[in-house]
Design a protein around this ligand. Structure first.
Ligand SMILES: [Zn+2]
Length: 256
C-alpha cells in the first residue's frame, strides 16, 4: 500500500466531506485489512479480575469535529473501549454469563512491532487478534482516518473490532467472511445505538452522518465477489447492517 497518501496532506486532500473513489478506497483498505490478522481461534486463557462494571465513569461524549489531535483520538479510543466493555458486560450478564474484556488495545508505529499469532502486523492496519485477544492499530494511519471521517468513526471502528472479540467469545464462526463481517457491523451498530439510548454515550451533532459516511466509505470495491476471503460487504450492505443494529439492537444481528 502507498503510505504517502496518508501523509500530512490528508486533511486537505480528503477532507471529511471528501467523496469519490480515492477516499473510499483508502478507508476500504482500513477495514478490509482490519480483520486480516484476526482469525477465529479460541481466545487464550482469560485474565482474572478487571470487572468493567466496578468503575462507573460518567457518560462518554463524542466531541465536535474541530478536535483532531492525537491526544483527542486516543481519548476517543479509550472512551470507546470503556463504553464497549460496559455494554458487553451488561449483555453477558443478562444471559447469566460472565464477560471478559479484551486484554488490551495496543497502538503501534512500525511494521512488525506487534505480532498476531506469529504474524507481524504491517503498517496501515487495525486488527482484532484472537490469538492474543487484543486490538492493535497503527497510530499514524488510524489518526489520519479519524481526521478524514470524524470522531464517530473511532467508535464505529472500535465497535466493529470489539464485535469480533464477542463473536469469538460466543463461538460464532460463519462459513463466509462476509457473514462474519456484516454481523460485526450490525453488532457495532447495536452497541452504539443501545449506548445512545441508555445515555452511556452522547452523540454530538453530525455524528450520525459520520457513521453513515464512515460505514459507507468502508464498503468493498464493487468488483469484489461476495464470497471472497476478506470480503466485508458493499457500502450498501454494510450501512444497512450497521443501521439495522443501531435502530433495532442485537436481535437484528442474529443475537439477543
Ligand atoms: Zn471485521
Amino acid at each position: 500500500m502507498n503510505t504517502d497518501v496518508w501523509g500530512g496532506t490528508v486533511g486537505a486532500r480528503f477532507g471529511r466531506d471528501a467523496r469519490g473513489p480515492i477516499a473510499g478506497l483508502l478507508i476500504a483498505a482500513l477495514v478490509s485489512l482490519a480483520c486480516a490478522g484476526g482469525g477465529l481461534a479460541e481466545p487464550e486463557a482469560e485474565r482474572p479480575g478487571a470487572d468493567p462494571s466496578a468503575a462507573s465513569p460518567g457518560p462518554s461524549t463524542t466531541r465536535a469535529d474541530s478536535t483532531t489531535s492525537v491526544a483527542e483520538f486516543e481519548q476517543d479510543v479509550a472512551d470507546a473501549q470503556a463504553v464497549a466493555e460496559r455494554y458487553w458486560a451488561a449483555q453477558f450478564k443478562k444471559s447469566g454469563q460472565r464477560f471478559q474484556p479484551i486484554r488490551r488495545i495496543t497502538p503501534y508505529q512500525r511494521a512488525g512491532e506487534v505480532s498476531c499469532g506469529g504474524q507481524p502486523l504491517p503498517r496501515n492496519n487495525a486488527v482484532y487478534c484472537s490469538q492474543g485477544d487484543f486490538i492493535a492499530y497503527d497510530v499514524a494511519w488510524s489518526v489520519a482516518a479519524f481526521r478524514q471521517v470524524g470522531d464517530a468513526f473511532v467508535f464505529y471502528l472500535l465497535g466493529h473490532e470489539y464485535a469480533h472479540a464477542i463473536q469469538v467469545r460466543l463461538g460464532i464462526n460463519y462459513r463466509f467472511t462476509i457473514q462474519q463481517e456484516l454481523q460485526a457491523d450490525c453488532m457495532a451498530g447495536a452497541f452504539l445505538g443501545d449506548s445512545v439510548r441508555s445515555r452511556a454515550l452522547t452523540l454530538a451533532e453530525g455524528d450520525l452522518d459520520e457513521f453513515r459516511e464512515g460505514v459507507a466509505a468502508v464498503g468493498d470495491d464493487p468488483d469484489q465477489p461476495w464470497f471472497a476471503e476478506g470480503a466485508h460487504g458493499t457500502a450498501e450492505q454494510r450501512t444497512d447492517m450497521f443501521f439495522r443494529g443501531y435502530e433495532g439492537s442485537l436481535k437484528e444481528c442474529d443475537l439477543g
